[in-house]
Design a protein around this ligand. Structure first.
Ligand SMILES: *[C@@H]1O[C@H](CO)[C@@H](O)[C@H](O)[C@H]1NC(C)=O
Ligand SMILES: *[C@@H]1O[C@H](CO)[C@@H](O)[C@H](O)[C@H]1NC(C)=O
Ligand SMILES: *[C@@H]1O[C@H](CO)[C@@H](O)[C@H](O)[C@H]1NC(C)=O
Ligand SMILES: [Zn+2]
Length: 487
């Protein structure tokens, strides 16, 4: 009798050890319900592609020139040195540095956190983005430790801001760069080999491509003008037809685009685009676009945001446009932390983090974990259950099912080396990436486990004998933990 009870308790204990509860971070926040459509909308005439009539001096008045922008970026770097860093990712055709502001409580350092990038002024004649992005940087710096959203972004993400990708086009007041190439058509395309010749690729495009190899971006957005809509992949359809052409992560993208449009002053009220969002190929297919390339080659979920019907509004309207986009920008960056599935991948034998990859059953795309910390961050539409698989060459994949509510799920994986299943049974403590960035998992070797259990066994025996003396009617009944362990 006592033996049976003891072994039952021991079993419970073992389970408790083997299955520490999955962390489900409660971070709150209003998530817009996505009013999503598959419906084809009427085709409206847009002048997105044609060069606008002459941009006059009067129109430019009040906008920062390239040198003023450069000074503003450098000034920002010194004024906000605490939580930012300024660096360049390359140079334009005419030699302007492509300056980036990184905002983070540990700028320039690697952390097990998601990274986001904003890119403005891709098209030289769409200058609103570069102004609005500077406002975003100022606001975050001024409100860090004062506003919860600013604090969350600075402390839990790395936000990289490139105010202008096309300074030459801006100076020339035209769409293309100094070689008159449209940079949002200059990336290698998945369907048509139009830009596969590396030597012909523009320096601005190359800078972005190298950037994605260096930083491990989870999501991003580029800012454009000429319409008011949040556009998501695919950019182009295989047969060049204007039709809905969704990528494998269509649901997650529609969710992200809706976060933007529903947080915007009036984007979601659009008459042209239901909910203020659109699939790129349905609107008008393009090839060589930046967002598709990011998603395919960087695992980076990028949106193309059209933030102003007028490409070159009066400078006096810029502050208003910033205010109308402020919550959208903040909520989009914060959605990387507040939703999706996050965690780290470890090797069971060494205990070290490994750069494995993460798949979701039914979604034909892979997200890689980082080399340094083995951390991964995957955007997923909330309100559904997903089967998540972590894998790495030389290790046995592990899968688990999660229910993603309106908050992020934290899920770590410990992978057994191939052919070593069952030989090691590492036990780990809770390892919250957000608090414990560099920490390795706390592993206890098998030998220690048995020693540990032996001691516990004795303690338990003593405990039960003791309780028996005090009260003979003792029937402890505990339920095993509800949620399975991180796998
Ligand atoms: C910012 O600077 C202040 C004063 O120099 C310092 O107390 C604070 O810890 C710094 N914050 C961060 C996040 O580095
Ligand atoms: C949004 O508001 C702006 C004024 O700030 C207006 O020009 C625009 O037409 C509005 N768009 C929609 C879709 O309501
Ligand atoms: C993930 O890593 C693999 C192997 O290193 C690489 O081939 C692949 O391109 C990466 N995928 C993404 C989306 O970064
Ligand atoms: Zn544009």
């Amino acid at each position: 009798m006592a033996i049976r009870r003891l072994s039952f308790l021991l079993l419970l204990l073992l389970r408790a050890f083997a299955s520490l509860p999955t962390q489900t971070a409660a971070r709150g926040g209003a998530d817009p319900s996505s009013g999503i459509d598959d419906e084809k909308h009427g085709s409206f005439l847009r002048n997105l592609l044609e060069d606008k009539p002459e941009i006059t001096e009067e129109m430019i008045h009040g906008y920062m020139t390239n040198s003023e922008l450069e000074i503003a970026v450098q000034d920002f770097g010194s004024r906000c040195a605490n939580v930012s860093r300024v660096y360049s990712i390359g140079k334009s055709v005419n030699g302007s540095p492509l300056w980036v502001i990184e905002l983070s409580d540990k700028p320039g350092q690697k952390e097990a956190e998601p990274a986001f990038k904003f890119i403005g002024n891709v098209h030289g004649d769409e200058p609103v983005g570069r102004e609005v992005l500077m406002q975003l940087a100022y606001w975050l710096c001024d409100n860090y430790l004062k506003d919860p959203l600013a604090t969350l972004i600075v402390e839990n993400t790395h936000l990289h801001i490139l105010p202008t990708m096309n300074p030459d086009g801006f100076a020339l007041r035209r769409r293309g760069n100094a070689n008159n190439i449209d940079l949002n058509r200059d990336f290698p395309d998945q369907f048509f080999p139009i830009n596969d010749e590396i030597n012909y690729r523009q320096p601005e495009t190359r800078a972005i491509m190298n950037w994605i190899k260096q930083e491990h971006f989870t999501a991003s957005a580029s800012l454009h003008g000429g319409a008011l809509v949040a556009n998501y992949p695919w950019d182009g359809s295989r047969d060049k037809r204007k039709e809905y052409y969704g990528c494998p992560d269509d649901k997650a993208f529609r969710y992200m685009a809706s976060v933007y449009s529903e947080s915007h002053y009036n984007m979601s009220l659009s008459k042209e685009f239901r909910g203020g969002i659109t699939n790129g190929a349905l609107w008008y297919p393009i090839y060589g676009g930046m967002q598709d390339w990011n998603y395919i080659h960087g695992g980076c979920f990028e949106l193309t945001l059209e933030i102003s019907d007028v490409k070159w509004p009066k400078a006096s309207e810029l502050l208003l446009i910033w205010k109308q986009n402020k919550m959208s920008m903040l909520n989009l960056v914060a959605s990387m932390v507040k939703t999706g599935v996050h965690g780290r991948i470890f090797a069971a034998d060494s205990g070290h983090p490994i750069p494995g990859s993460l798949m979701v059953k039914g979604i034909d795309s892979k997200i890689n974990a980082s080399r340094t910390f083995g951390d991964y961050h995957r955007m997923l539409a909330p309100g559904e259950s997903y089967e998540v698989v972590a894998s790495m060459a030389g290790f046995t994949p592990k899968r688990t099912r999660i229910m993603l509510e309106r908050e992020a799920v934290n899920l770590d994986f410990i992978l057994d080396p191939d052919g070593a299943v069952g030989q090691t049974k590492p036990v780990r403590t809770d390892c919250d990436c957000r608090c414990d960035d560099g920490g390795k998992p706390f592993l206890i070797r098998e030998a220690y486990i048995w020693l540990y259990l032996l001691v516990l066994f004795f303690l338990l025996a003593l405990y039960i004998l003791f309780r028996r003396r005090i009260a003979s009617r003792l029937a402890p009944h505990r339920h095993p933990p509800k949620r399975p362990v991180a796998v």
